[in-house]
Design a protein around this ligand. Structure first.
Ligand SMILES: Nc1nc2c(ncn2[C@@H]2O[C@H](COP(=O)(O)OP(=O)(O)OP(=O)(O)O)[C@@H](O)[C@H]2O)c(=O)[nH]1
Ligand SMILES: [Mg+2]
Length: 194
């Protein structure tokens, strides 16, 4: 499948697709709502199974938001469902993405464990840049980062960044980390001509 596509927009800027994925209740919908300049289209439904004790609603199809970086670049943000009974949506939403954010709830070990399978599915789907954002954390201790890198088997070039999905500046920093990774991957693929 195609792994990277960009759309030219009317005024000449570029629109790219970014996916926000991660385990159940990691904060994906919150992150997109925090940063989006348009009202986020969310498909949340009441939870009826035993995960109800954790929260009332879950994303069943997708979240959709938009953020204009500057006149040349607009990001379309697609949030996935976190529950694996909706995992058929991951591939649909991943089609054509420039890169993705793997959001993990840093306050719960089971969130990191759940992220392993999601990352495996995304890596299989597309070889595009991604960053790991640790939600509900203002900073990351070196030991915590080592642990996350080990559990997710991350290459050195994959950034692991702290995140507060309720804070606009924090979400911006996560998106920037992803955009830097995208630029680095383009530089690596196209070495400067002598
Ligand atoms: N304190 C704090 N709460 C957060 C943060 N991010 C999310 N939450 C809360 O955590 C709960 C889950 O957040 P959601 O945004 O629904 O998580 P999700 O990843 O979209 O969940 P699913 O779609 O069910 O997988 C909500 O009650 C949020 O208000 C955060 O950074 N800090
Ligand atoms: Mg959600």
């Amino acid at each position: 499948m195609s792994t990277r596509s960009t759309g030219r927009r009317k005024h000449g800027g570029t629109a790219v697709k970014i996916v926000v994925t991660g385990p159940f209740s990691a904060g994906k919908t919150t992150l997109i709502r925090t940063i989006s300049e348009i009202t986020v289209l969310s498909t949340e439904k009441d939870i009826t199974d035993d995960t109800k004790s954790r929260k009332a609603e879950t994303t069943v199809a997708m979240d959709f938001g938009r953020i204009t970086i500057d006149r040349d670049l607009v990001l379309y943000l697609f949030g996935t469902p976190g529950q694996d009974r909706f995992d058929f949506m991951w591939e649909i939403l991943g089609e054509g993405m420039l890169g993705y954010i793997l959001l993990v709830d840093n306050s719960r070990q089971d969130s990191l464990d759940e992220a392993v399978g999601i990352l495996a599915a995304f890596r299989k789907m597309a070889r595009v840049p991604f960053v790991v954002a640790l939600n509900r954390s203002s900073g990351i201790a070196p030991d915590d980062e080592r642990h996350v890198r080990e559990v997710l088997a991350l290459d050195d070039e994959v950034a692991v960044v702290p995140c507060d999905a309720t804070d606009r500046e924090s979400v911006k920093a996560v998106l920037l980390a992803l955009l830097y990774s995208v630029v680095d991957s383009i530089d690596a693929a196209e070495p400067a001509r002598a």
